[in-house]
Design a binder for this molecule. Structure first.
Ligand code: ADP
Length: 277
């Protein structure tokens, strides 16, 4: 799963790919009268890992879902940087009413969605499809890639996470940890610029957590750009370059993982970290 082979956008020195991989400015979102995001800014440099931590309900998942087109923010901009590997220019989506015609706006949101891939807390595999079918569904049906190529990629990725022999089984025949590794492979198969993880291990039995975290750590080491919502602070400390602590829909504190987790400046971060570490 080296970046260039698997389509990771780390873009080591290739043209047209200067600047951060992801830039979020002023992201705001309400559900009815509940203002969930109150102006979130986030910058993820190319090839870096940002962990989003914070109490339940602070808006972390809503941030991720907004990056993947699963929620529509009320305001703010999201920019995904250019990719030298896939030859894509930078893309900015402005969610405020900035006068972009509706059709063009939907096209931009669809493109934003295509540039990232999400790994869900509950895996979200299709239960009626085999492992292989789950993995090739997006590449073949959505991205219109040749089936044989998608199958070859899927087989290589499954082998890398130790699941080559599970290609033709159904999700219910797998452990939670195996299902989540399929979830990760399914995301990688889309060759996204950004990998988004939404509490990828919180539904797993404790003995299955480490295998999944090891796969994510390996991807980080290979230069994938990732945003990870997690409660696993020890994992965040080992894997993330930067930790962002959110509470009540705002970013309370951000900084290098070791600093935020070991020596937080803000009282709210201190209380949160003390409880979890
Ligand atoms: P976190 O990931 O930090 O736990 P979430 O982003 O999941 O936080 O949720 C933030 C707030 O938004 C919570 O109060 C939650 O109930 C609310 N919320 C999230 N999704 C929806 C939705 N689809 N409809 C209504 N409220 C929602």
């Amino acid at each position: 799963m080296s970046p260039t082979k698997s389509g990771s956008p780390a873009d080591s020195g290739m043209g047209g790919a200067a600047g951060p991989a992801l830039e979020v400015r002023g992201l705001a979102k309400s559900f009815g009268t509940n203002q969930v995001l109150r102006g979130i800014d986030l910058t993820v440099p190319r090839g870096k890992v940002v962990a989003l931590i914070g109490p339940s309900g602070s808006g972390k998942t809503t941030v991720l879902r907004s990056l993947n087109g699963l929620e529509t923010p009320d305001a703010g901009t999201v920019t995904v940087g250019a990719s030298g590997v896939s030859g894509l220019p930078a893309l900015t989506v402005d969610f405020s009413d900035a006068g972009v015609p509706k059709k063009a706006h939907s096209r931009q949101v669809a493109e934003l969605r295509d540039r990232s891939a999400m790994v869900f807390q509950h895996y979200n595999l299709f239960p009626h499809m085999t492992v292989l079918q789950n993995v090739i569904e997006g590449p073949v049906q959505v991205q219109k890639r040749p089936r044989a190529e998608a199958v070859a990629d899927a087989e290589a990725l499954l082998a890398r996470v130790g699941l080559a022999d599970k290609r033709d089984v159904y999700p219910f025949e797998l452990s939670g940890g195996q299902q989540q590794r399929v979830g990760i492979v399914r995301a990688l198969a889309l060759k996204p610029q950004l990998l988004l993880f939404d509490e990828p291990t919180s539904a797993l039995d404790p003995e299955l957590v480490d295998d999944v975290l090891a796969v994510i750590k390996e991807l980080a080491d290979e230069g994938w750009t990732m945003v990870i919502v997690t409660h696993e602070l020890a994992f965040a400390r080992q894997t993330a370059d930067e930790v962002v602590f959110m509470a009540g829909g705002v970013v309370v504190e951000r900084g290098p993982a070791a600093q935020v987790l070991r020596n937080p400046r803000e009282e709210r971060t201190q209380a949160f970290v003390r409880r979890l570490l």
